[in-house]
Design a protein around this ligand. Sequence first.
Ligand SMILES: C[S@@+](CC[C@H](N)C(=O)[O-])C[C@H]1O[C@@H](n2cnc3c(N)ncnc32)[C@H](O)[C@@H]1O
Length: 238
Amino acid sequence: MTELQLCSTMVEDEPDAPEPVAESHIGLDEAYSLKTPEDNRRLYKKWATSYEAGFVSENGYIYPLQVAAAFMDRADSAARRVLDIGCGTGLVGVGLAELGGPRPDGLDLSPEMLDEAGRKTDSQGRPIYGDLIVGDLTASLSLPDGAYDGIVSAGTFTHGHVGIGAFDELYRVAADGALFAVGINSDHYEERGFSERFRDDCDSGRISEPEIRRVPIFEAGEHVDDRAIVASFRSTGR
Ligand SMILES: C[S@@+](CC[C@H](N)C(=O)[O-])C[C@H]1O[C@@H](n2cnc3c(N)ncnc32)[C@H](O)[C@@H]1O
């Protein structure tokens, strides 16, 4: 896996995607064509119960496991309070559990996706997630300052979903030294200012120890060659 210095790295583009359709064949085209949080709420309400049986298993969706691995590669035992943002049905939490990681809280816009995450248990039958929080990453979060030692995410920073603006609130809820491992669609990363913002945040000392990985998202299907950026760094609290 390639690891590069975040502050000095540029990533090549990917093509855009089209329009919504119906029920059980919901996939990337519908997800990428969303525009507002309300669009997201509506789509994921419809998608929650078929998301894993359809999209995840048909495409061998391994991105959440890549994020969990990136987090665990750098986490120390102090990283106990972890927040999975845009946790959906809870696949990053499953990845953390498989790697012996902490039990995260999950935050998502969609109560129906959170319901699915709430049903997940580990091999001992314990819940994968702690608190499950309905929240909109494009707005203020009802979470205290410095509440989390770790922030993880897969599939949420992508076309039609959440942009770089969410990081103001994420830095606020992160404790000093908190470890971020956040997956970002590689097109979205360049087009929506992630690269510039992280570079500025490095330069100003707002974040430190930056790394990026380019990771596979799928093991099968027509998007098997797609890659995402996993940006990991520490929040300095400055
Ligand atoms: C593609 S799913 C990824 C879910 C999970 N992390 C995974 O990798 O399977 C994107 C998730 O982002 C959530 N989401 C979209 N917009 C959001 C927002 N503004 N605030 C919080 N969550 C949002 C959706 O509800 C959905 O659960």
